[in-house]
Write a protein that binds this ligand. Sequence first.
Ligand code: SAH
Length: 205
Amino acid sequence: MVEHQLRGRGIRDPRVLEAMQKVPRHRFLPNPEDPAAYGDHPLPLGCGQTISQPYMVALMTECLRLTGEERVLEIGTGSGYQAAVLAELAREVYTVERFPELASQARSALEELGYGNVHVVVGDGSEGYAEAAPYDRIIVTAAAPEIAPPWVEQLEEGGRLVLPLGDRWGQTLVVVRKQEGKMAQESVCGCVFVPLVGKHGWRGE
Ligand code: SAH
């Protein structure tokens, strides 16, 4: 997976490659025996949600430019896999999930693997998580129709926000930097994520 899907496609950050090598992806799946665990595609998680393709996890993580010191907020815990990758590369990770079942499964997997620096929270992540703000980095792993104002407020000066921004069926992976109170935006590539459902996202069905 690391050689072909990640390094072969241009993921260069050695710390990201090392973290992706280390985190056991199969442990975050509903069926840990799934032979497709390390395949080049997203996988179903339950509650109609998906765990992202390994390449997308690596790319988004690389875009965060983590050094090991950061406090990170993730919106959309899902399986907890992306949170584990972040936990390898940052100091503290807060991750918010709207489905309590997914949050509790993710919490168990993260605990079993000894990730004591991840805090799983149930709630509407389109409002960020003010209780532990500010954050050095924010990563949104569900498709967002807009850059939600609470994310901007909860981001440190000099911080980075990485998110799929667009409509329900297709988005652009965007990196936003907060510099001198202004936001600078850069597009990375096209992508498709499940929708962010909440106050600053879409309505639930
Ligand atoms: N990062 C995850 C995959 C995320 S899939 C992983 O590594 O497995 C997107 C997740 O975002 C889903 O679990 C979905 O329930 C969640 N989600 C959607 N809208 C949300 C919101 N407003 N707040 C928190 N989580 C949300």
